[in-house]
Every structure is written in C-alpha cells, then in structure tokens.
Design a binder for this molecule. Structure first.
Ligand code: SF4
Length: 315
C-alpha cells in the first residue's frame, strides 16, 4: 500500500464542529483536494485538552511579557490545562512521521501568525497561539502553514512542495544511513534546490562531497536542516527560468532545432509571465519521455507533487 505524507491539521478545518461557538471552519480544498493525496491527523487543542463545545471565547493576554490564554468575559486563565495537555500531545506527535502541520489562523490556541495579543483590554501586539507556539518550538524544521495563507498560490505551492520533500526525506530515513543514499537524494533534488536557493545547493553539495569530516548521523542532521530551510524560499520566476535553461542545456544536443526553438520560446514566455510554470514543465516532460535522459528523468523538480493538485497552473 502506498504510504502518503501525514499532515497535522487543526480539527475545525476538516469540518468538525469543535469551535467555541459550536461551528467549524471547513476548508474544502484541504479536506477534499489535498486530502486525496495526504493523510491527516487532526488536533483541536481546546477540545482535546478537555474544554467543552460550545465554550466561552478566549484570547491571548500579555501580563508583563507573560502571555496567557484567558477567557474573554470571565477572565479565567486557561493556560495551565492547555500547557499540561500540550506536553503529552507533543510527545505523542513526536512518535508520528509528520510531514507538516496546517493551523487555523487567528486562534489564540492554533493561530500561527499575527494572532492578536491584548493588554489592558486592547489588542496591542501580535503573537502565536499557545499550541502553535509549543509545536513550532518542539519541531522547528517541520513545514507549517495557516489556512488563510494557503489561498496564495505561491505560498500554497511552496508549502505542499515542502510536505512532499519532507515525505521523501522520511522515506530516505527508513533505510540505513549511507553517503551513497544521501548523494542519490541530493542528486535528485538538484534542480529543486536550484529553484529555491542556489546558495544552499552549493552548501549541500559540499556537505555530501566532503563526507569524511563527520559521522553519518551528524551529516544527515546537517543536511536536513539546510535542505528543508532552503525549500522555504519561494521559487521565483527568475530562479525557475534559470533552472529551465539549465535543463534545456542538459539535453539540448538531443533536441531537434525546431524542438530547441519551441522550448526556448516557451521559457521566454514563462519568464515574461505570459504562461504559468506548468507550460514549460509539460513540454520538458514530453521531451524527456521522448529522449529518456536518465538524469533528468529522476529530477523531482519536474514532478514535485501530484499533478492533480495543479499547483503549477497558477505560478
Ligand atoms: S482553531 Fe484550533 S482550538 Fe479553535 S476550534 Fe479550530 S482546532 Fe480547535
């Protein structure tokens, strides 16, 4: 059976009625589209730590730098129950092969970015929900995003690409750690790295090449930190154009002059933002099927995530 990436997700985004008002925040794209290709492990910090539904709304309050989770009307501090549940929950999550987490925005428990923090009754600052903070402290390298930001096509493509890269990394780690296996992983991600962060491609190349300098576990650890951090950089039109030109250069001798001209023109059209990335990628994949250059066939850059997600139709 195919193993799919496992993603943590705020429970209300899957349509479960766990919100303070008894409602949900179903995100159909996440549940019905992305959900066809990944498995979800839902987490609702408030309900899972023992709160009822419905319940009084809460907010983050700053008491001289000490951020607490407080009920809005009755001013009860809910932080201790949340923190004690969270300690165990994070230990449980550590045992899972998580490839990322999608948080519900704005929540004082689950919000990842710009959650309002109150002081003397007024929102004076922005912070992170209590659980989102605990999660990112414990798993600083895991891909994380919020539902709202995933409506941005570039952020969505970047996040989902990272999920699948993380999944491949976990699969690599299922096997004995060897330099040969790591070198193979690195070779297949060469153009992905070039599209996200050319500087990291060099650093990772040096790390793999100079493998005599450390034990295999520490090489894997260093490699992963640089790799997954580099993937966070958005693959811009400029960087993608550079990669497409490198790929064309790799097998230009196999292409007929008509094919070369056609591919060149399509790369120019992409660079001028007349067509999305999927257009040159589709043509390149067509030529790869025709000429079978082994090195390019293995490049994840050309198929980083399921095509049914159509992520490159909008970037
Ligand atoms: S935002 Fe988080 S805490 Fe609130 S209902 Fe959704 S999953 Fe539960």
């Amino acid at each position: 059976m195919e193993i799919r990436p496992l993603i943590g997700i705020s429970t209300c985004l899957l349509g479960e009625c766990v919100r303070y008002d008894g409602g949900h925040k179903l995100d159909r794209y996440l549940r019905d589209t992305l959900g066809q290709f990944v498995d979800f492990t839902p987490v609702c910090p408030e309900v899972d730590c023992g709160m009822t539904t419905p319940r009084e709304a809460m907010r983050l309050v700053d008491f001289d730098g000490n951020i607490r989770l407080m009920t809005q009307k009755t001013n009860v501090d809910m932080t201790p129950g949340m923190v004690s549940w969270m300690k165990e929950k994070l230990n449980d999550l550590q045992e899972l092969p998580l490839c990322g987490f999608i948080f519900k925005s704005k929540s004082p428990s689950s919000g990842l970015f710009r959650v309002k923090v109150y002081k003397n009754g007024e929102p004076t600052n922005f912070g992170r929900g209590i659980f989102a903070q605990g999660f990112t402290d414990r798993f600083p390298l895991l891909p994380v995003e919020e539902d709202g930001r995933l409506n941005d096509s570039k952020l969505r493509e970047n996040f989902i690409e990272r999920i699948f890269a993380m999944h491949r990394w976990r699969q690599l780690n299922q096997n004995p750690k060897t330099i040969a296996a790591l070198t193979n992983f690195h070779a297949k991600h060469k153009y992905s790295m070039m599209a996200h962060c050319p500087a990291s491609l060099k650093i990772l190349g040096n790390l793999v090449a100079n493998h005599n300098t450390g034990d295999i576990n520490s090489i894997y650890t260093k490699y992963f930190a640089e790799f997954i951090t580099a993937m966070k950089n958005i693959a811009t039109v400029q960087k993608n154009t550079n990669v497409l030109e490198h790929i064309m250069g790799y097998f230009k001798n196999q292409l007929s002059s008509d094919e070369k001209q056609e591919l060149k023109q399509i790369i120019i059209n992409y660079h001028n933002e007349l067509v999305p990335l999927i257009v040159p990628i589709t043509l390149i994949n067509h030529f790869i099927r025709k000429y079978k250059p082994e090195y390019l066939q293995q490049q994840y850059y050309l198929n980083p995530h399921p095509k049914e997600l159509m992520l490159r139709n909008h970037t």
